[in-house]
Design a protein around this ligand. Structure first.
Ligand code: SF4
Ligand code: SF4
Length: 345
């Protein structure tokens, strides 16, 4: 598939045309001044300079709260006490402007939710309905460390299309068949000329040089898990943590959930909700026993899962894409880059 181009002033027209066949979401500034993915309406405009959304786009495939089943407890219903799969929307959706780190995160979660042993039907149904149109990062943030986490500001992993913002033009690179199909649907067929392709290469190379945050992760795989588990630094790392869960809820690769039944009179729903390994209730057993009653155990679990257990189990790199959200928003400044350094060294 060949690179395409359009003029920047035609971009909104392209997005509105897409709405004939896709639900279109773009990053938009909300009332609190943070960017989040928003359904494209008449008033939204596309900001090519946005940094990253506060909430990650993982919720498109793993909603914060999702009804999985419905059931009736009314004995006179013919299917009383039988779970019925709840209806859910999996119509074609285009996420436009997703950053490469967040697209890479879909691949990280996918290793756990769709593998030869297990297939999560809710995740796969939503994920398959998505077309990810990435926007390369011309100006990475100071907290971005994607190049240390197996990605890069113009990395193509997980994306269907990659956009290059080149001043007056956008270079549009189809990556998958799904991406090619979307461009056909929207009649994007003008091939990019060689000077624009060269400019794209230059912007990409310049951007990679602008990543100022680097951490080594190369020794994590060979480390002994028990030695890391028993390391003395966990108390220091966990000392200031208030177990608020911000890091896990904002993280594009955190996937922990809880399933609960909610009953209203004789009708019930089985609902899956995001949960957090930072919360004491997360591991509380029905017996009252809790294998992780202390804060330090929960903090250790979060980092060991991302940086050691996942690495060993899937051989797919670390379960962190270097988006920097947890670094930016942790209220007590716990920095995963420092934890990686301690674990790696
Ligand atoms: S955001 Fe910071 S304080 Fe809150 S749970 Fe995560 S590490 Fe702890
Ligand atoms: S930098 Fe933090 S929020 Fe981003 S992927 Fe890594 S652990 Fe998750």
């Amino acid at each position: 598939m060949t690179d395409k181009m359009i003029k920047k002033d035609q971009f909104m027209g392209f997005l509105h045309k897409l709405k004939n066949d896709y639900n279109v979401f773009i990053p938009a500034k909300e009332d609190d001044n943070f960017y989040n993915f928003t359904a494209l309406g008449e008033k939204e405009t596309f900001d090519f300079d946005y940094k990253n959304t506060r909430l990650s786009p993982k919720s498109f495939a793993l909603p914060q709260s999702e009804k999985m089943f419905e059931f009736s407890l009314n004995k006179s219903d013919k299917d009383a006490n039988i779970l019925r799969e709840a209806a859910s929307d999996s119509s074609n959706t285009a996420i436009v402007g997703i950053r490469p780190c967040d697209a890479n995160a879909f691949k990280v979660i996918n290793a756990n939710f769709d593998n030869p042993e297990f297939r999560d039907p809710w995740w796969t149904k939503h994920r398959d309905s998505l077309t990810l149109i990435g926007l390369g990062c011309n100006e990475p943030d100071s907290t971005c460390f994607c190049t240390s986490a197996g990605g890069g500001p113009f990395d193509e992993k997980g994306l269907d299309i990659l956009l290059f913002d080149l001043d007056e033009h956008i270079l549009i690179r189809p990556i998958t068949k799904k991406g090619g199909k979307l461009l056909e649907t929207a009649d994007i067929n003008q091939e990019a000329d060689s000077s624009l392709k060269q400019k794209a290469d230059e912007v990409k190379a310049a951007s990679e040089k602008k990543i100022s945050s680097h951490v080594a992760t190369d020794k994590l795989k060979s480390k002994n898990a028990l030695e890391l588990f028993n390391a003395s630094f966990w108390d220091d790392i966990a000392f200031s943590c208030i177990n608020c869960g911000t890091c896990t809820f904002l993280c594009p690769t955190c996937w922990c959930f809880d399933i609960q039944d909610e009953v209203n009179y004789d009708q019930g729903d089985r609902i899956r909700n995001w949960d957090s390994c930072m919360f004491p209730l997360f591991t509380l057993h029905a017996s009252g026993h809790n294998p992780r009653p202390e804060k330090v155990q929960r903090v250790r679990q979060r980092f060991m899962h991302k940086l050691k257990y996942y690495v060993d189990k899937y051989d797919n790199g670390i379960a962190c894409v270097g988006c920097g959200r947890c670094v930016k928003y942790c209220p007590v400044n716990i920095d995963i880059r420092e934890v990686i350094r301690l674990m790696n060294e």
